[in-house]
Design a protein around this ligand. Sequence first.
Ligand code: SF4
Ligand code: ZN
Length: 289
Amino acid sequence: MRCSKCKERAIAYLKPYRIALCGKCYPEFYLRLVERSVKKYGILKRKERILACVSGGKDSSAMVVALKMLGFNVEILHIDLGIGDYSKKSRKIVEELAEGIDVPFHVVELAEYGFTIDGVDVKKVCSVCGTAKRYLMNRFARENGFDVIATGHTAEDIILFFFKNVLSGGIEWIPKLVPRSEGGGGFVSKARPLFERSEKENILFVLAEGIPFLADECPHAPRDAWKEIIYDIEAKRPGFKQNFVRGLVRLAKNVKVDENWELRRCKVCGEPSSSEVCAFCRYVMKFKK
Ligand code: SF4
Ligand code: ZN
């Protein structure tokens, strides 16, 4: 298979775009796709100070390099969750990546708050981890004057989230499944520049650009049958993932948000919260050794 642009040997055929690309032409193609999404949905602004949350996996690594190459004012935040060797390796890779692309590197350790993800003895570890990550990134971004937090969520992540929440009756989450949500009341705006990108597109970019990333999976990651279902649909209907997330943007605008809940301040840490004590502080009380 030959590259549709330069006729060199192609590294991949991208069905949704009906194009084959080589390792040299692919990064430029990928950057234009990211740039197009950012413009189309107003995901990021040139003057904004962006905090990119980078775990060390392929998606967030691809995101921060793409944003840097597109000329955005970006810095990296890595959250050390205390997941044994996995966290040690992730942190080292993100440090190496930040140095390689000359982007300021910041790290927050969950252990500073008295517990680690490895020490959480509940079934739904990922739910605790998700709450901790959202809390720590928002707090760090606000306290350090960032305008927006960028995360490496992919089209697959968004679709998974949609399926799981709709199946458990949680449609109030739908308005959050958008490429950018504006902040306020102590919350920093959230941007998802890879909203329309697939995991395959991201991995091709990191491989073609030689970007360091951690291929290991978190030892707590649940096996997700839904992801396989999404891949199966995509294989039968190329372009399904992108069309689905684009549809979600329109759907999100039409789902009424419950405006009756009151935003308060957590009486322990002072962060914005919907309850007297925020979910993160409740976990700290429960798991602190
Ligand atoms: Fe956290 Fe779960 Fe992701 Fe591991 S798989 S980093 S525990 S959310
Ligand atoms: Zn709190």
